[in-house]
Design a protein around this ligand. Structure first.
Ligand code: OGA
Ligand code: NI
Length: 304
């Protein structure tokens, strides 16, 4: 115990800066503030060395045809959702150039002048465009993630185009449309994997409320002390995640952390708590986390 440590003051100063973890890095810190120390929380399980343990990669090229291949696809999805709660999809129909530009757009947002970023900083979840670091920072005693987030609503109530930051406006709008459509396709496949009519989950309105988050994990001077994201499950129905080529995302499988390696052109799909709940655990919402690193910033975007 260190009676001189005032966490509240540290958190408040950080939040008042309105420039996130990126702002700390820009100010030249070489030692990370104590609120980011994750202690032993995340080091209980070992990292899988068994190469047979890898997150399934599922090719969606057969998704539109009602053939034996389609049935095989559905069966792969069913076991991925049941065994892993995670899979990667390729040939999903979103052009790779759009994925690349979305990553760039998020990078441009987080790397623009801090004076501009500051204007967007808020924890008001009623806002349609948000920029914050660690959404529950102020009322939590959990270790803080080495991560900043930019986010915007997509449905049912999107911001006006001019409310979206100009550095990423066009791509944010284009990506939103494409990821929303793909989300509906994935819900159809998941419905089929549950043995239901393809439109089942869509008709439950599982795809209605949509938010896109643009995560930025700045380079970290002491990556052994903190996590980009501490282990968590997602609280929504299903997340579609696009990560850059750096790596660092891990999923807990059979009590071991397994890397979710970046696959060029792929999107990661993961089941959230709500889908686990309504499927009576047929599909599982599993713990995952993101390591921090010293070499370069990592960018990801998730459709929630
Ligand atoms: C999330 C998440 C992982 C990543 O947004 O819930 O787990 O790679 N993101 O950024
Ligand atoms: Ni997550």
């Amino acid at each position: 115990m260190d009676s001189t440590y005032d966490r509240k003051a540290e958190v408040k100063a950080f939040d008042d800066s309105k420039v996130g973890v990126k702002g700390l890095v820009e100010s030249g810190v070489t030692k990370i503030p104590r609120m980011f120390h994750s202690g032993k929380l995340d080091t209980i399980q070992t990292l899988a060395t068994d190469s047979k343990l890898s997150v399934p990669i599922i090719d969606l090229k057969d998704m539109h045809y009602n053939t034996a291949l389609h049935a095989e696809l559905i069966s792969k999805i069913r076991s991925a959702c049941h065994e892993w709660g995670f899979f990667q999809v390729i040939n999903h129909g979103i052009p790779i150039s759009v994925l690349g530009e979305m990553i760039h757009g998020i990078r441009r947002f987080h790397e623009q002048d801090s004076k501009v970023r500051k204007e967007f900083y808020t924890r008001d979840l009623k806002k349609k465009v948000l920029y914050y670091s660690n959404i529950s920072l102020l009322n939590s005693d959990q270790p803080v993630n080495w991560r900043d987030t930019f986010g915007f609503a997509v449905a049912p109530d999107p911001p006006k185009p001019e409310e979206i930051p100009s550095v990423c406006r066009d791509i944010a709008i284009e990506y939103s449309k494409k990821i929303r459509d793909l989300g509906f396709r994935i819900l159809e496949l998941l419905s089929e994997a549950l043995g239901l009519n393809p439109s089942y989950l869509k008709e439950l309105n599982c795809g209605e409320g949509l938010f896109i988050l643009g995560n930025y994990y700045p380079t970290c001077p002491e990556p052994e002390l903190t996590m980009g994201a501490t282990k968590h499950t997602d609280g929504n129905f299903v997340t579609l995640l696009l990560q850059d080529q750096l790596g660092g995302l891990q999923v807990l499988h059979q009590n071991q952390w397994v890397n979710v390696p970046p696959v060029h052109g792929a999107l990661v799909v993961n089941i959230g708590d709500l889908l686990q709940l309504i499927t009576n655990d047929m599909f599982v919402s599993v713990y995952h986390r993101v390591l921090s690193n010293k070499s370069s910033p990592r960018i990801s975007t998730s459709r929630k």
